[in-house]
Each structure stands twice: as structure tokens, then as C-alpha cells.
Unconditional design. Structure first.
Lengths: 176, 255
């Protein structure tokens, strides 16, 4: 009887260990790990081109992940991409004149949305729209431009790199 | 007699596959009856699962460490060492975890199942059970089959977890990759359903195939010591081939 019981304890421990391992793999090493921050609030942003931005792509401020892309859809009238960013409640102190840009991590890496903080005393609230946006940089477009208009305005490129160029005219440039 | 017909081995192989298929149906039919012997199934999970943990965990750790070393070296050629965590996790979850676990499982648990059932056959224990109106399919075969299906995914998950740990050990603690880079790249590129659960499906299927082959070889072994020895060898050979072939098919479907 004692032996029978030890089998059951051993089996129970084994099954528990297996499921713990599965739980660890599923929650700590996958995209689920990025959801555990809990409550979030939504911001909207319009881009003329989101490039290869995917659902659940990270949203970063100063390189630190603060949320993720929760929805991407086309706005039928303006033919803009309407991107919903869900930002962790933790980071509620983002000025409402901050700019959003679609960047690529590394030359060939995945795309993410970078929020560049502005200087406004007002903070973003749930459902607000990020007015200043900068579309994804299309490598092909850049190469095309470079090939056609050799040295057209090299200053343009460096400004775009710094994220100062925006799709929509901005009265206040995001501080850099 | 068979020497005169060159196609005889092919026909014999076909007959084996057919017999194995029928055997699978018989096991599945015996499964409801075997629920009476749930205690026996628990005991078998202990033998094929818990007793395999040491080898699975050690091998998982070393496979992860080797992956970490090799991939770090290869990725550094392209300046992509930041992707180490992602590449290790994806190759472990999707391929190496289920496949290597299945191969180890065939060697560790499959052989012992075949040898045990084969000896039962050789010593007429299976016939004795039938005489006592105990169905050997329900009492001996089905519990082992179920135990294999339950144990394999759990073993594969343990293998994966230890593999990640091993890669982390080599990549971060030894080669100096940034800890945050390792994890954040992994978490942003690995998906629960597409990768982790995909691997679980695979290991479920491998568990079923390996234990089916092991029980079939044991059940149909010639009742001699030589027959049991050959049956054990065949279990390892056939399970390995079946696992790798099935892996290819499943990858093509689940991709």
C-alpha cells in the first residue's frame, strides 16, 4: 500500500512539474509575458503608411516598452491607417502633444511605434488621439528617392531620421 | 520459401503496418474498459514519465546550452546575437523539444515497455490473463498507451524549459548577452498558440506513435529471448523513423 501511494505521489509530482513547465513556457517566454502589466488605456493615431507594423507590436517611449498595438484598421474616408495603441496604466504621464512614429528596430528588425514626448502640461487620456504622427520609413522608397534625386536634399534624410519630420504640419515640434 | 520471392519482405512490411493499424483500433476500443484500471495507468505514468525526467532534463539542459553556443556564434556573423533568445525558443518549441524528447522517450521508455510486454508474452502471462477473463489489452496495453500520451507532452515541456535555461546560462551568463535583450526578443516573437501549443500537439502525436510501436512490438514478439531482443531493437528503430517522418508531415500541416 505504501508503495502504491509513492507511485501516486511520484506521478502527481511529475504531472505538476510538467504543467508548471508548460505554464512557464506559455506565460514567461511568449508574447503573453507582455500582457501581464494589467490595466491599460487606449490612444489612437493616424498614419499614412504603417508599413509592416503588426498587431501586438511594442509601443516604446525612449526605447522602453510602455504598451502594444491593439488594433490596425483602414479609415475608409481618408484612407489612413487608424492604429489603436494600448498603453499600460502605469505610464499615465505622457504629454498630449507627444508624437508617434513607426520605427524599425535595427535595419531589418520588426516595426514598433515610438512615442516621442512633447512638452505639454496636459497628459493623454483614454481614447485621445496622437495628432503628430510619422509614417513608417519605407526602405524601398528611400532607395528610390536616393537613386532618382541624387543628393536632392541630404538634410531631409537626417531630419527624418531624428523623427522631426511629421506627416501633418505641426506648430510645435517634438523636442529632441 | 520466401527467399524465392524478392517482394516478400515488402509484403511482410505492409502486413506489419496493417497489423499495427488494427492493433491501434483494438487499443482504442479497449480504452473505455481500461478506465477500471486507472490505478495501473497512474503507475505507468510514473514509470514512463517520472522515471524519464532525469534523462530528459539533463539532455534538455545540454541541448539548450549547445544551441546557445552554436547560434551565438552563427548569429554574431550577421551581428544578430540579440535574436539568440528568439531563435533558441522557436527551434526548441517547434522542433527540437518534441523530436528529441520523443527519441529519448523511445530509448528510455519505449524499450522498457516492449521488453516488459514481450517477456509477458514469452512467459505466457498474457495468455494466463485471458484465461482469468482479464483482457490484456485493457489491463496491460491501454494503460501504457495512455501513459505515453500523457507523459510525452509534459516531458517535452520540461525539456523545453530546461533548454531555455541552458541557452540563457550560455548566452547571458557566459557569453555576456544582455539579459533584457534575451527575454524581450523572445517574448515579442514567440507566440503561445503558434509555437508552444504547436509543440504540445506534436509531442502528443509522438507520444501516441512511440507507445503504439512499443506496445505493438512487445505484444506481437516471437515468444523467445531472441524475439524479445529483436522486438526491443525494432521499437527504437521504428519509433525514431516514425517520429521524424511524422514530424515532417506535422510541420508541413501546422506551419
Amino acid at each position: 500500500m505504501a508503495q502504491r501511494q509513492s507511485f501516486q505521489i511520484g506521478t502527481g509530482a511529475f504531472i505538476l512539474l510538467g504543467f508548471l513547465a508548460l505554464g512557464y513556457l506559455a506565460t514567461q517566454t511568449t508574447s503573453l509575458a507582455n500582457y501581464r502589466q494589467g490595466d491599460s488605456y487606449a490612444l489612437k493615431a493616424r498614419f499614412t503608411n504603417v508599413g509592416q507594423l503588426k498587431l501586438r507590436a511594442p509601443v516604446k517611449v525612449a526605447g522602453v516598452r510602455v504598451g502594444s498595438v491593439s488594433d490596425i484598421k483602414l479609415e475608409p474616408d481618408k484612407l489612413d491607417a487608424l492604429v489603436t495603441l494600448s498603453i499600460d496604466k502605469h505610464y499615465a504621464q505622457i504629454p498630449d502633444d507627444s508624437a508617434a512614429a513607426v520605427f524599425t528596430s535595427g535595419l531589418l528588425g520588426d516595426q514598433y511605434v515610438a512615442l516621442q514626448p512633447g512638452g505639454s502640461p496636459e497628459m493623454f487620456k483614454d481614447g485621445d488621439e496622437v495628432v503628430l504622427t510619422q509614417s513608417s520609413m519605407q526602405l524601398e522608397e528611400l532607395i528610390g528617392k536616393y537613386l532618382v534625386g541624387q543628393g536632392d536634399k541630404p538634410a531631409d534624410k537626417s531630419a527624418a531620421d531624428k523623427g522631426a519630420a511629421t506627416d501633418k504640419p505641426a506648430d510645435k515640434k517634438p523636442q529632441k | 520459401m520466401s527467399a524465392m520471392r524478392p517482394h516478400a519482405p515488402f509484403i511482410a512490411g505492409l502486413a506489419q503496418i496493417g497489423a499495427c493499424g488494427i492493433f491501434l483500433l483494438q487499443i482504442l476500443r479497449a480504452v473505455p474498459r481500461s478506465l477500471r484500471y486507472a490505478r495501473e495507468t497512474v503507475r505507468q505514468i510514473f514509470f514512463v514519465g517520472a522515471m524519464s525526467l532525469v534523462i530528459i532534463m539533463t539532455c534538455g539542459l545540454f541541448v539548450g546550452m549547445v544551441l546557445g553556443l552554436q547560434l551565438y556564434h552563427t548569429l554574431s556573423i550577421f551581428g544578430g546575437t540579440a535574436a539568440l533568445g528568439t531563435v533558441v525558443a522557436l527551434s526548441l518549441y517547434r522542433e527540437l523539444g518534441p523530436v528529441v524528447t520523443a527519441l529519448l522517450f523511445a530509448g528510455r521508455a519505449g524499450t522498457s515497455i516492449t521488453a516488459e510486454i514481450g517477456l509477458m508474452r514469452a512467459t505466457d502471462q498474457l495468455d494466463a490473463m485471458e484465461m482469468m477473463a482479464v483482457d490484456p489489452l485493457a489491463y496491460v496495453i491501454a494503460p501504457r498507451f495512455l501513459a505515453g500520451i500523457v507523459a510525452m507532452p509534459l516531458l517535452a515541456c520540461t525539456f523545453n524549459a530546461l533548454g531555455i535555461l541552458g541557452a540563457h546560462l550560455v548566452g547571458v551568463s557566459w557569453l555576456g548577452l544582455d539579459n533584457g535583450t534575451f527575454w524581450s526578443n523572445m517574448t515579442s516573437n514567440v507566440d503561445v498558440w503558434d509555437d508552444v501549443i504547436n509543440g504540445v500537439w506534436k509531442s502528443l502525436a509522438f507520444g501516441a506513435v512511440v507507445t503504439l510501436i512499443a506496445t505493438f512490438q512487445g505484444y506481437t514478439t516471437p515468444p523467445t529471448s531472441e524475439g524479445v531482443a529483436y522486438a526491443t531493437t525494432r521499437t527504437v528503430v521504428y519509433s525514431s523513423i516514425a517520429t521524424l517522418a511524422l514530424d515532417f508531415v506535422m510541420t508541413a500541416f501546422l506551419m
